[in-house]
Design a protein around this ligand. Sequence first.
Ligand code: ZN
Length: 393
Amino acid sequence: MIDALHTIATLARSADLLAIRDTLAPDRVIQDAIAIQQIPAPTFAEGQRASALLERFRQAGLHDVAQDDLFNVFGRLPGSDPTCPALLLSAHTDTVFPSGTDLSTRQDGERVYGPGLGDNSLGVASLLAVLDLLRAHRIQPVADIWFVANSREEGLGDLGGIRAVWNRLRDRLGAAIVIEGMALGRIYHAGIAVRRLRIACRAPGGHSWLHFGQPSAVHGLVQLGAAITAIAPPAEPRTTYNIGLINGGHSVNSLATHAELFLDLRSEDPATLSTLEAQVRRAADNAAQPGLSFTIDVVGDRPAGQIATHHPLVKLAAAALDAIDHPVTYERGSTDANVLLANGLPAVTIGITYGAHAHRLDEYIETVPIAGGIWQLLLLTLSAAGQLHTWGR
Ligand SMILES: [Zn+2]
């Protein structure tokens, strides 16, 4: 930690960065975040937002600016040492809000409200802020920095965007920093394993009075749901489940022919997650009966992986927070970094400010911490780009 603190403190005192510190304009970042947030970007439909970012990457003079079929947007800032592996700096563009959602924003004192503003328009705006600052002050990092605005982080996107980013850049990367708008103070250094199942139940159907007692898909599904909620997963390693969605039936006086639920399973330990999934599958086998069947599809599979809190990247992230006098919380979670960590790439996910009500219409961000949040991101980015060639994979 001493080394990392020294590295960050030296960088923060350098003439280049002191000049930047005086010009940090959080209002500009907030305006950018709102402009990005105003462009609808439901998961799988990020195209319009991607086009806007493609244009921004071009205007900033990045090299190798490109967009792939999944609406990932790429641009490279060349480093001074072409032999050095590159740093990936990424933020996801997609939101959980379907098209047609009212995206209006409002400011109330030190808060700005808007669906998707913190998660993750502010993250994307921070990516642009770092890019603009480096360009405006003609600061060249040691390693190449790949700026990436990626798709498909949320929900059923299943990290498909960052998977494609990894496949495209895997041979070039040495480390990654993933930006999440509202996670200031938290350093995600470990990705938990996540499995998502769609469990569908089918039955022949019939009349609620005439055919009472015959199988119903809704009855079968709620019985299975009861069996699932009776499972007691271990607290250590932390393991959870959630039935997040349930649909089915077609009329109040019909035996349902079809019903389904979506189940989210998570664990710090992949083997424990497999055990939990096996319990669920056994419960479905037990709930099946003549005329009543269950089918299970895996609709999400997020891999696990981690680096230690004493990894140099995590230490730099902690030292960057120390530079803004912010305490550190080490986190395990499910972010784009999961895919990178699972593939052995050192990666952290960090934040820019605080906020609340992510994935709700009344989501908001706090404006005051943003300047510090951008500063720690910039310190971490430049220090990581300067050191990552010594880390190995
Ligand atoms: Zn997010």
